[in-house]
Design a protein. Structure first.
Ligand SMILES: *[C@@H]1O[C@H](CO)[C@@H](O)[C@H](O)[C@H]1NC(C)=O
Ligand SMILES: *[C@@H]1O[C@H](CO)[C@@H](O)[C@H](O)[C@H]1NC(C)=O
Length: 235
């Protein structure tokens, strides 16, 4: 073959190759779905994630429950104080209604009153049962709770030293089986309803007595908790 012909062939081959390359690029572009590059990258990444994580990440539930509450219920979690510095906490519908962060927790008995119809907090207060004579004000507070309200009670540190008989009577009248068993620094949590009945079978009360020989925090009892779901008012 003469050199000139070789050259022409080379040029022809080059043009043919270019057309082929362009055409295959064009085909690819047509075949790839019309999505922005970033989301295509995302889906590739999420596919990669799915390959790595065989189980889906657990979803965080209201009030840090393990399983979610059914629809039309309120989630709650009551935690007593533990040791000297772990403050009591009350969570309702995923909102901290009593706790250190909300600045409304203290030594003694901590109480929150919630409107059962709306789920809105009506009042919160703590009553020092060690340093002051607060049984009277606490009894008034409890008795002042309107009908159709939920009452949540948790101890922090000591809730018994100056808890008098009238106060115990008022709390027992709301269904507490343990209030009369309170001792120095017993941990106690209690949920009750005023003006209606809570369904049987939901966690309502727990107590643990301080025992210097066994306590997790020497002189202070361990935190205890109850949690669950309160069915909302049928509408
Ligand atoms: C609770 O909420 C309902 C509905 O808004 C209202 O009618 C009722 O008066 C409230 N109760 C209290 C004690 O605020
Ligand atoms: C209750 O307190 C005792 C020590 O007084 C402890 O051994 C026990 O584990 C506590 N129970 C709970 C549920 O915290």
């Amino acid at each position: 073959m003469r050199p000139r012909a070789t050259c022409t062939l080379k040029v022809l081959f080059f043009i043919l190759a270019s057309v082929c390359a362009w055409y295959s690029g064009y085909l690819l572009a047509e075949l790839i779905p019309d999505v922005p590059l970033s989301s295509a990258a995302d889906s590739i990444r999420s596919f990669g994630d799915r390959l790595v994580l065989t189980a889906p990440t657990p979803k965080r539930q209201k009030c840090d429950h393990w399983t979610s509450c059914p629809p039309n219920t309120y989630a709650y979690r009551l935690l007593s104080g533990g040791g000297r510095n772990k403050y009591a906490k009350i969570c309702f519908e995923d909102k901290l209604i009593i706790g250190e962060k909300t600045g409304n927790v203290g030594r003694g008995i901590n109480i929150a009153i919630v409107n059962y119809t709306t789920g809105k907090v009506i009042a919160t207060q703590y009553f020092d049962m060690y340093g002051g004579d607060n049984s009277g004000p606490m009894t008034k507070f409890i008795e002042g709770a309107p009908a159709k309200s939920l009452l949540f009670m948790v101890t922090h540190d000591d809730g018994s030293s100056r808890l008098n008989d009238d106060a115990k009577k008022a709390i027992a009248a709301l269904g507490s089986k343990e209030i009369r068993n309170m001792k120095f620094r017993s941990s106690w949590v209690f949920l009750t309803a005023k003006g209606f009945e809570l369904p049987a079978g939901i966690q309502r009360e727990k107590i643990n007595h301080s025992d210097n020989a066994k306590n997790r925090y020497s002189g202070w009892p361990a935190e205890i908790q109850i949690e669950g779901c309160v069915p909302r008012e049928a509408s």
